[in-house]
Design a protein around this ligand. Structure first.
Ligand SMILES: Nc1nc2c(c(=O)[nH]1)N[C@H]1C(S)=C(S)[C@@H](COP(=O)(O)O)O[C@H]1N2
Ligand SMILES: [Mo]
Length: 417
């Protein structure tokens, strides 16, 4: 089992990250002090398409490895064979950029009642960056794996664990071939240490945990990682098979060698018992206005603006309510439209002075709409039919819209002279 200990270096690491990010992020409550976690400090992060590195959340469990770019290598194992240096990664492979909305699978955990353990995120652990690196498909082809068949790719992080567990995560080889990147730059700058320097796996549209930082091994196998799969000491399956799965209170999910449905929502609606957190569920967040300062319309009008994402799927529709969910109106989608990255939305609002409860809810292109709230703990089976996201013991993958609403004061309109 992974240990639950806090570690002395964590405080220093968090302080350093907060300083480097210069106010763009704030620390999030982690009662158990298990994770290094900072999230977007302001709602306005969700009013822009690209998230500056300074506003991009950080989440990891262990110490950041003390990596040296020249020394770092990635071992290709299983059905792949070879060793890859960071220099070879930069020089011998195509250089591509992918847009990726990364959301921590625990984003929204703090909205579960009763509380679940661990990091109490609201909506601040989501961000969109452009990641530059080598396509995983090119690297694997050069190392003996040429088909995106039913196999799995397991990426292993080089972060030293304070328990016995190894940070290993598996994704279907088909997804890896499709659009994944071994990234060495973030938003055009060298990868910061806390985001995975010198190389991290980027899995566009998939929950943060799949995006292994500080990658030191890539293994191709017929199955996803199970206990004993890796050719190294320690516990191998904790992060894939135990943690980061959705289940009711008191359940210990069975390990699987493979699952047919990678789509998290499809798993949740019956395809897989105790779903894995793979691609992100449809979700939206209003970026502006916020509740901090009153809105002053100009000539009677103001704009509600935000972002919406849906993992591997497209965002079909965003609706906005200005009366706490009584009535809804369609927002316009605009701006960049890349697979795996969020869309901007805006709604032209003409409010009278007063106090309003603003909500947004998105629907993906498979017709799946954000549920209103998170269910009670005993409603696992009935939740979705009742417009609720199932409360789950790990607090994962929550995409309810009510908890993310914003209360706004509207002042008198300023008229154009
Ligand atoms: N090696 C390693 N990779 C990791 C983690 C970790 O603890 N170790 N944390 C994961 C989790 S839970 C998240 S949400 C994302 C966060 O990525 P970021 O810190 O760059 O935002 O990294 C993922 N990759
Ligand atoms: Mo996460």
């Amino acid at each position: 089992m992974a240990t639950e200990r806090s570690r002395p270096t964590r405080r220093d690491e968090i302080e350093e990250i907060l300083e480097r990010k210069a106010g763009g992020v704030a620390e999030t409550r982690d009662e158990a002090d298990k994770y290094t976690v900072v999230g977007a400090a302001r709602r306005a992060t969700f009013a822009n398409w690209l998230t500056p590195v300074e506003e991009h959340f950080v989440c990891h469990r262990n110490d950041i490895p003390d990596a040296d770019d020249d020394e770092w290598t990635i071992a290709l194992t299983g059905d792949a064979a070879g060793t890859l240096s960071t220099a070879a990664l930069r020089e011998e492979y195509p250089r591509v950029a992918v847009a990726h909305t990364m959301e921590c699978a625990g984003n929204g955990r703090g909205q579960h009642r009763p509380e679940t353990g661990s990091v109490q995120w609201g909506f601040e652990a989501a961000a969109t960056a452009v990641w530059t690196g080598a396509p995983v498909s090119s690297v694997l082809r050069a190392h003996g794996v040429d088909a995106a068949d039913g196999r799995w790719l397991t990426a292993v992080g080089g972060d030293p664990s304070d328990g016995d567990d190894v940070f290993a995560r598996s994704i279907p080889l088909s997804k890896a071939f499709d659009d994944c990147v071994l990234a060495y730059e973030m938003n055009g700058d060298p990868l910061p240490r806390e985001h995975g320097f010198p190389v991290r796996l980027v899995v566009p549209g998939w929950y943060g945990v799949n995006n292994v930082k500080w990658v030191e091994e890539l293994r191709v196998m017929d199955s996803m990682v199970t206990e004993g799969s890796l050719d190294r000491p320690g516990e191998h399956a904790y992060w894939q098979q135990v943690a980061y799965r959705l289940h009711p209170h008191g359940v210990e999910p069975d390990a699987n060698e493979s699952v047919d449905a990678a789509d998290t929502w499809e798993q949740l609606t019956g395809a897989v018992d105790h779903p894995y957190t793979f691609d992100a569920n449809v979700k939206s967040v209003i970026g502006t206005p916020d509740s901090e300062s009153p809105v002053t319309p100009r000539d009677g009008a103001t704009e509600v603006r935000g972002v919406a994402w849906a993992g591997d799927d497209g965002v079909e529709r965003v609706e906005v309510s200005t009366d706490g969910g009584e009535t809804w109106a369609d927002a316009d989608l605009f701006g960049p439209d890349y697979p795996g990255a969020w869309r901007l939305f805006r709604y032209d609002w003409r409010p009278k002075p007063g106090r309003y409860e603003l909500l947004s809810r998105a629907t993906d292109d498979r017709g799946r709409r954000q549920p209103a709230r998170i269910s009670d703990p005993d409603a696992w089976d009935d939740a979705l039919g009742d417009d609720a996201f199932p409360w789950n013991e790990g607090g994962y993958a929550a995409n309810a819209f009510e908890p993310n609403g914003v209360t706004v004061e509207v002042a008198d309109s300023e008229e154009e002279a």
